[in-house]
Design a protein around this ligand. Sequence first.
Ligand code: RB5
Length: 150
Amino acid sequence: MKIVIASDHGGFEYKTMLLPFLEALGHEVTDLGCRTEDATDYSDYAIPAAKAVAASEFDRGILICGTGVGMSVSANKVRGVRCALCGDLLTAKLTREHNDSNMLALGGRIIGPETAKAIVAVWLGTEFSGAERHSRRIEKIGAYENGQDF
Ligand code: RB5
């Protein structure tokens, strides 16, 4: 898959670790930064990455900050993005099956490195179930994004 990855300083170490891991899994990875551990603003990295996923420039996106919260909140402001903050394997699996999440957020200061790698592998390896109830719920999010009131 074509994957975009980005972090702030709180996720820089894990981004650096995940890049070769993703490439070893056979994915084509584009790194949108940050480039050092100097303090940065997560929104500066999350939003460009999310826009690129929403524009179908990439199949999926992975975002990492200290908690994963700033990255996920920012990415979910972009129309068409469903970014799931995951700290465990079951959530990683179910957010693909149920939400068809197209972006994954991780907390580099929250989970261990092996857990991060396992979450990434499960999230990338799980398909959307396609069940009508899940499609319907996702379509309602899209309808809200396109102006329908609830
Ligand atoms: C940076 O200190 C930290 O606030 C950021 O990485 C992230 O955890 C925000 O949600």
